[in-house]
Structure formats: structure tokens, C-alpha cells
Design a protein around this ligand. Structure first.
Ligand code: C2O
Ligand code: CU
Length: 476
């Protein structure tokens, strides 16, 4: 079995084999060049069944691991070998607007057979990912996603640096992806939940470890809709970063604590493998009805412990986040509305107020931000976001306190592009690009609007996004 470590180091040496050109202005900066080709592919998922027809970057699920150092430049050529328009969005990377990959908003969609070059510097170290931002439910749901790791100048010392890219697929008996994307039920309830969970593009397997080692475990949730809610029971991992951004102080998890990852969200853990050689230790997940199941195991090799020395995890150096000016911050209410369970009304793309029935019948819209639903405008093969009035118009450099309130019966991971915000109402007051709001939950998000442009703000349950829970935020 190929471990993630082999995979990661193979990927980084592949990247190293490509031309790494020092930039004149910064002696240490390098460029990583990569070509990403989304195309139909076959991928083994279920044993003893036909291979699954997926859409994948470079014939690999997940796509290639992109890895570079903080402040290095990524130059990625997207070559569209799909039958439909696509783009690539670099989830969590604070980059110039023109590189953000939102069709109709930051670029024209990339048509079948065409190419587009993304070129930007990664100013933040951490765990990020990439995915299309056109026809999201189907393109991501068929397998288009990949990991983007930006290394700290001095990474924390660990024995191995590994990733679990967690996702799921909805497969039929022949192991094929069911074509029921954007059904009424998925769009108006919890989104498209798969029936097969994947880790690094494979059916979840026990994860091989050695007693006594310390690993950095990068968790990424790339599923359309599934929330992973992990509990490490026999281990006491430290959360060192969320959505790529270090916590002020690493937070140690107790046996009952959970790492909750909505779609789009990441966590970096440092785990001391304190178990006994030859044993297995469970990692549990919990479904949205609260039922716990064993997702995977740490499977200990028979090798005697390398050392048995659990110790506090080192904190990571902060990324260059803006300074929030609490005294002068303007308050912005953000109300999440819609979905099954509560009656609602909303406007679609700036039109008249509609009741839930009309919104569905006329526009297939079911969710809103501040009473407004935004559609993706998919007509004639085009995806785009032209011509929407921004939900918020922010001044460049200004501080804003977003007071988010989930008035629906469903959880929503709300993602803002181009920025990072601080969640003041959650433990550790983490900096995040995606915040999960449970039904009825309120959160205060401290934002410094320091990146000019028009940015997407949307639920990362891709069916909720497609059915209206999406808006733009302008920073000028
Ligand atoms: Cu990860 Cu707008 O997306
Ligand atoms: Cu949602």
C-alpha cells in the first residue's frame, strides 16, 4: 500500500523536478509550475466492482498534491478536457482577484479545449485545496479536487507529515456515480450525501502508524455536503491550525472532543502515537443525526516504539493577517435563511420577493443570505456571476464585524473568498476562511477587508450554493 507519505514526497519531488526559477526580487522565492487537466477518468473505488468513472485532475483522485514554500509562486495551467466550462478556485489562498477562479466574476469560464494560467504567490503557510468553481455540485462531486500545501519556512518537527483528504461519493451497485445531481431533495435538505466515504481518493482503510512517532495530520473535507465530525478517543491530538491558520495556542483534544469539518474546512493536527505496537485504535465519525461510527483506525505496526515522549505541540508562526480595529468596526448582519423545515421567502437575483414554492418552481432556489438568493446563471453552457449587486460593499482596509445567524434547520459552512476572518465566538478564536454554523447558531466574525475585488460568500454545501446560498462582497 502506498502511504500518504510516499504520495506526498513523490509529489513534491515531481514538483521539484519541474523548473524552479528564482524570482529576481526575492532570493528565496521559487516558482512551482504545474499543468492541471480535468478530464473523465476511471478510478478503482470498490473492490470486485468495475472501476468508477470519475472526473479527475491528471487522472488522479484527488488531483496532484501541490506543495510549495510560503511566499513562493504557483503557476498552474488549467487545460480543460471536460465537456463543459470550468475554472479552478484556490480555496483559502489570499490571492489577487483575477486568480480566484470564479466564472463571470474574476474570469471568463474556461471552455472545453481551452486553457487558463493561474499565477500567484502563496503568502500564507498552511493546508489549502483547489477545486472548480463552475457547475460545482457535479464537478466536485465527480472527483475534481486536490490538496495544496504551503510549507512554513521552518515546519514544526514531526516524524511524518501526512494528509487525509476526506470526501464521499454516491455510487450505484455497479460502483458508478449516480447522475442525480441537484435533485430537489438534495438541494433543499442536507445536500448530496454520498454512500461511500473516501480518504485520499480510496475507500477508507486503516491508517498505518508506528508506535512512538509524532505525525502532522492535515485534514481536509472536500465532500459536497458531508460533515466529518472526528473523535480520536485513544489519542490526544493537538489542533495547531484551522483552515491553514495557526491557533494562538495549540488546543489539545480530550477523549470526548471532536474535530468538526464542514465541506471546505481544514484542520492541522499534531498527533503523538502513544498506542501499543500491533494494536488498532479507532477514529470515530458521527453522522448528522448524531450516530457515531468507526471511520478508520490507526493501525500500529509491530515495530517497537521509536520513543514514547508525548509533549506539548509547538505553536506555529501566525500568517500575515490584518489588524482588526474593534473600536471602529462596522457591524454587518448576515442571516442564513431557507431550506426545508421553516417557511421562508426570498428574492432571486434581485427580483421580487417570492414564497418558497414560487422560488423553487420558477428558479429552483431554496436558500438565501439576508433574504436574497443568487443563481449561477448557467445558460448556453456558460456559468457566471455577472451583474449582481454586492451583498456588502466594504472599504479597503476597513474592519467589519459580521454577525452571522443561522435561521435554518440545517448546518452551513459559510466560506468567504480572498480573505480570512476571526471567529470571535468559537473556542480559541480561530482565523478561518470557512465557518460552520449549526441550526440556530450565531457567530461573530471579525474581518479586515484588505483584498480589493468582488469576492464570493457562499455556503460550501455545494447544493446549497447552487440553490441560492451565495452572494458577492465587494472591497474597494
Ligand atoms: Cu471552496 Cu467558493 O469555494
Ligand atoms: Cu448550506
Amino acid at each position: 500500500m502506498i502511504t500518504r507519505r510516499t504520495f506526498l514526497s513523490a509529489a513534491s519531488s515531481a514538483a521539484a523536478a519541474l523548473s524552479i526559477v528564482p524570482l529576481p526580487q526575492r532570493a528565496s522565492a521559487a516558482t512551482t509550475n504545474v499543468t492541471l487537466t480535468p478530464a473523465p477518468a476511471s478510478w478503482p473505488v470498490l473492490p470486485d466492482r468495475p472501476e468508477t468513472k470519475v472526473w479527475a485532475y491528471n487522472n488522479s483522485l484527488p488531483g496532484p498534491v501541490l506543495r510549495l514554500k510560503q511566499n513562493d509562486r504557483l503557476r498552474a495551467v488549467l487545460k480543460n478536457n471536460l465537456q463543459q466550462d470550468t475554472t479552478i478556485h484556490w480555496h483559502g489562498i489570499r490571492l489577487p482577484h483575477a486568480m480566484d477562479g470564479v466564472p463571470g466574476l474574476t474570469q471568463t469560464p474556461v471552455k472545453p479545449g481551452e486553457s487558463f494560467t493561474y499565477d500567484f504567490v502563496c503568502q500564507d503557510a498552511g493546508t489549502f485545496w483547489y477545486h472548480p468553481h463552475a457547475g460545482n455540485p457535479e464537478q466536485v462531486g465527480r472527483g475534481l479536487y486536490g490538496l495544496l500545501i504551503v510549507d512554513e519556512p521552518v515546519p514544526p518537527p514531526v516524524d511524518r507529515d501526512v494528509a487525509w483528504v476526506l470526501s464521499d461519493l454516491r455510487l450505484d451497485r455497479e460502483a458508478q456515480i449516480t447522475p442525480d445531481f441537484s435533485s430537489f431533495f438534495d438541494l433543499t435538505h442536507a445536500g448530496r450525501l454520498g454512500n461511500v466515504a473516501l480518504n485520499n481518493g480510496k475507500l477508507v482503510q486503516p491508517f498505518p502508524v508506528n508506535a512512538g512517532e509524532r505525525i502532522r495530520l492535515r485534514l481536509v473535507n472536500t465532500a459536497n455536503a458531508r460533515i466529518f465530525d472526528l473523535r480520536f478517543s485513544d489519542h490526544a491530538p493537538w489542533i495547531v491550525a484551522l483552515d491553514g491558520h495557526p491557533l494562538d495556542t495549540p488546543l489539545q483534544l480530550g477523549p470526548q472532543d471532536r474535530v468538526t469539518l464542514g465541506p471546505g474546512m481544514r484542520a492541522d493536527l499534531i498527533v503523538d502515537l502513544t498506542g501499543t505496537p500491533g494494536t488498532r485504535a479507532p477514529v470515530f465519525d458521527r453522522d448528522f443525526q448524531g450516530r457515531e461510527h468507526r471511520l478508520t483506525d490507526f493501525a500500529y505496526s509491530d515495530t517497537p516504539a521509536m520513543s514514547a515522549n508525548p509533549r506539548p505541540a509547538p505553536g506555529l508562526a501566525a500568517n500575515p493577517v490584518g489588524r482588526f480595529d474593534a473600536a471602529n468596526a462596522e457591524r454587518l448582519p448576515l442571516v442564513l435563511g431557507g431550506g426545508m423545515g421553516v417557511p421562508y421567502a426570498l428574492k432571486v437575483d434581485g427580483g421580487p420577493v417570492l414564497d418558497m414554492r414560487q422560488a423553487w418552481d420558477r428558479h429552483r432556489m431554496a436558500w438565501s443570505l439576508n433574504g436574497a438568493a443568487m443563481s449561477e446563471h448557467t445558460g448556453a453552457g456558460h456559468a457566471g456571476h455577472h451583474g449582481h449587486a454586492p451583498l456588502f460593499s466594504l472599504k479597503r482596509g476597513g474592519s467589519y464585524l459580521i454577525e452571522a445567524s443561522n435561521e435554518t434547520s440545517w448546518p452551513h459552512p459559510v466560506h468567504l473568498h480572498g480573505h480570512v476572518f476571526r471567529v470571535l465566538t468559537q473556542p480559541g478564536r480561530p482565523w478561518r476562511d470557512t465557518v460552520l454554523l449549526q441550526p440556530g447558531e450565531k457567530a461573530q466574525l471579525a474581518l479586515v477587508a484588505d483584498n480589493p475585488g468582488q469576492w464570493m460568500l457562499h455556503c460550501h454545501i455545494l447544493e446549497h450554493q447552487a440553490a441560492g446560498m451565495m452572494a458577492t462582497v465587494s472591497v474597494e
